[in-house]
Design a protein around this ligand. Structure first.
Ligand code: GCU
Length: 732
């Protein structure tokens, strides 16, 4: 029978010349899963260790039956790994997020040394190389020793389990094809499904059985994620896989359909890492993430930007989450990386094929951001697209396009469906430009499916304000931003899927902004999973089924305003507000309730919806609490006096379009902008010279633009810029 033993104890060696030196080195004992970037990958500065480290494990000869085989199984070695066994190099694997196995049988001794060099250094072949997240290095997912008898289910095809299940729903039943791949020349294999067993012949290592399930129990999303199990047996080996029967479609007008009915996909994206842990997660951590995603009421997860742990796809199957799965072909196309995109995609599909939760294969993410559309990039996408279709006839391909990619680009014609990542109202532009973008797309291409693959705004819960505005990093602006977007989404049912960026804050060591180092703070939940920002409850109010009420602003205690606005999110239709124990007001509504509460001293404010209750404490203060402000300097426009804006002359209040059309003004503006794009990570860096982006930004005022980057410029610089612009007369 097969055995699967987890190899936990390894010796970690930061530097070694080769496997021999690594095996002899003292090193540091570590438990795998392990990453060497748990701390330096999260502290900002983009200076985390990217190089080669070694892991060494001593292994006793496992017991094998005659003809049996032994494999080492790596579920995630980031990014490139070379496996040495008793000094012999047995494998090289490129790609940090998928499973691969190494057959060690022919090299086994009584005492064995496994030495694995793991490398996350930059190169021009293995994705990802440029992206807004930390590329942790290490053996960060479990490593197993798998032993099997001579006659066994294959273990060496692209990291798969040797079993593939294709269910097709037909009327009230389903036809289920189960294929297996076998080593050791057995004549037949027994396959069991739904209480029925078939023994089918094995030809050239392949066996196949077709089952008909009458009155099929569908896998029906979060409502009823029913799973079947298929079991395949040889005399001494046995494997099983769960699968689900469902039909789905994306429609340009109706959006997503699950099992024939409208099922708008509304949910979140997930990055896998955590504070202090990096990507070396425990099963408990995966379960906690799924618990939070369920709590918000999402029915879909985009598992960005790489292959996630098989355990997490399992949790999605069980929870009925519809999943967008993808490979880390991201931000910057590399002509030398073509082969790697194909092998990573092949692994993703082979390893994940049986998960009913997955409905599409993501070819790339914002891939034109750092170099535009080239013929080589298009060719790479066509090959990837064809590969997906040849490996999987049941799922469409999808792209997550960067906002400045023209909608008429030939790239959009390659995948089966498209989506856009838009950040109007955060990085640039106004909130309603999101609405306008989709309206234009849908009018121009009424026959194409379009989704909203990313949107979000950074919020640091330390920062609070009564007057939220774009770029201030406050919890209140994030909530306001999402209030706009969810309304926009609800009004556009044709959007086949929408995914908040991001469910959780995550590490991006290249970032240094909003009061944190090395962190993207667009999460609705903090990176330690402990704090749910107010915006979390907005979505819960729209999507969640469990009755609840949430009073926003619990961290905004000191308030200088005489009348404070209190926002309540709830999925109940009536909310009653109490101030200092007395009923203050009652409101009927949907999701968002607002009250104006006069402040005199210290107050306890309470919102009730039925038996549910949420309470905050506030205090009237004479001056705004500067601890709550990321920008201690206040509003840019308050730095100026009235006479700083002479009519008929340019100023920071003009739009980028107006300023750009006047050569002198354009030059002045350009100088300041150049200095400010560095600390927003790779993505911001790569968007700065994009002509399509600049076209989109025509309507943004320079003042609004400057607010976004005001941690990088001084009031003096802005004043000097305005004064210089004020010397330039506007054309009549
Ligand atoms: C992107 C990208 C993400 C990134 C996000 C952001 O456009 O796809 O990986 O984290 O935007 O800037 O927050």
């Amino acid at each position: 029978m097969r055995q699967n033993i987890k190899l936990y104890q390894w010796n970690f060696i930061k530097e070694a010349k080769d496997a021999e030196q690594a095996a002899a080195a003292t090193g540091v004992p570590v438990t795998v899963p392990h990453t060497w970037n748990a701390i330096d990958g999260q502290d900002g500065g983009n200076d985390y260790y990217r190089g080669t480290c070694w892991y060494v494990h001593k292994l006793e000869r496992p017991e094998l039956t005659p003809g049996g085989r032994a494999y080492l199984e790596f579920n995630g070695a980031a990014m490139t790994a070379e496996v040495y066994f008793n000094g012999a190099k047995l494998a090289r694997h490129e790609g940090g997020y998928s499973t691969f196995r190494v057959d060690i049988t022919d090299y086994l001794l009584e005492e064995n040394t496994v030495a694995v060099s793991v490398d996350n250094a930059d190169n021009d072949r293995v994705y990802p190389q440029k992206a807004d997240f930390t590329f942790y290095g290490g053996l960060y997912r479990p490593v197993n020793l798998v032993t099997v008898p001579e006659c066994h289910f294959a273990l060496d095809y692209w990291g798969g389990k040797g079993i593939k299940v294709t269910p097709i729903v037909e009327g009230t039943g389903a036809q289920v094809t189960v294929e297996v791949w076998v080593k050791g020349n057995p004549d037949s294999v027994a396959i069991t499904l739904d209480g029925k067993q078939q023994t089918v012949p094995v030809q050239e290592g392949h066996g196949q059985a077709v089952f008909h399930i009458e009155n099929v129990h569908l896998w029906d999303g979060v409502e009823d994620p029913f799973l079947y199990t298929a079991i395949a047996e040889l005399p001494d080996d046995r494997i099983s896989t769960r699968f689900g029967c469902r039909s789905f479609a994306m429609d340009p007008e109706k959006g997503f359909l699950l099992n024939g009915r409208s099922y708008p996909l509304r949910g979140v994206s997930r990055h896998q890492d955590r504070i202090g842990v990096g990507n070396a997660l425990t099963p408990d951590m995966h379960r906690e993430d799924m618990g939070i995603i369920r709590e918000i009421g999402a029915n879909t997860v985009r598992l960005a930007h790489y292959q996630h742990d098989q355990y997490f796809y399992d949790l999605c199957d069980e929870a009925g989450m519809v999943v967008w799965a993808e490979i880390p072909y991201i931000t910057m196309h590399m002509p030398n990386g073509r082969e790697n995109t194909l092998s990573q995609m092949q692994e993703l599909i082979v390893q994940c094929y049986n998960h009913p939760s997955i409905v599409c294969w993501g070819l790339s993410n914002e891939i034109t951001a750092a170099g535009g559309v080239t013929e080589d990039l298009l060719e790479n996408h066509r090959l990837l697209n064809d590969l997906c279709h040849s490996l999987d006839k049941t799922r469409p391909t999808v792209l997550a396009n960067v906002f400045m990619l023209e909608i008429e680009s030939p790239l959009l014609e390659i995948p089966d469906v498209n989506s856009y990542n838009l950040y109007f109202g955060w990085y640039l532009g106004e909130l309603d430009e999101n609405d306008a973008f989709f309206d234009e797309y849908h009018t121009r291409y009424p026959d194409r499916c379009i989704g909203f693959s990313e949107y979000g705004a950074d919020a640091n819960p330390r920062f609070q304000t009564a007057r939220p505005e774009r770029g201030d990093y406050t919890e209140a602006y994030q909530a306001l931003y999402h209030e706009h977007i969810i309304k926009m989404i609800n009004e556009r049912p044709y959007l086949w899927a929408t995914h908040v960026w991001n469910m959780f804050d995550f590490a991006a060591d290249g970032r240094d902004e909003g009061g944190e180092h090395g962190r993207n703070q667009k999460g609705l939940v903090t990176m330690d999973r402990k704090l749910k920002k107010d915006a979390f409850y907005l979505y819960k109010a729209h999507w969640g089924k469990e009755p609840f009420v949430h009073l926003c602003g619990s961290r905004y205690v000191d308030r200088a305003e005489a009348v404070t606005e209190v926002t309540v999110y709830s999925n109940q239709s009536t909310v009653v507000l109490y101030v200092d124990g007395k009923q203050f007001a009652e409101q009927q509504g949907k999701a968002v309730f607002r009250f104006q509460v006069p402040l005199s001293g210290e107050h306890t404010i309470e919102a009730r919806a039925g038996e549910h209750l949420s309470r905050i404490f506030v205090r009237r203060v004479s001056q705004p609490n500067t601890e709550y402000m990321f920008f201690k300097t206040g509003d840019i426009v308050n730095w100026f006096d009235k006479e700083d804006f002479k009519p008929g002359y340019f100023s920071i209040k003009d739009t980028l379009g107006e300023l750009g059309a006047q050569p002198q003004a354009a030059a002045l503006m350009g100088q300041l902008m150049a200095q400010t794009s560095a600390s927003r990570g790779d993505v911001a860096e790569s968007v700065k010279d994009n002509p399509n982006l600049q076209k989109m930004m025509m309507k943004t005022t320079l003042e609004s633009m400057l607010k976004q980057v005001r941690d990088m410029i001084t009031p003096e610089q802005v004043k000097a810029l305005n004064a210089a612009l004020q010397q330039i007369k506007k054309p009549e």
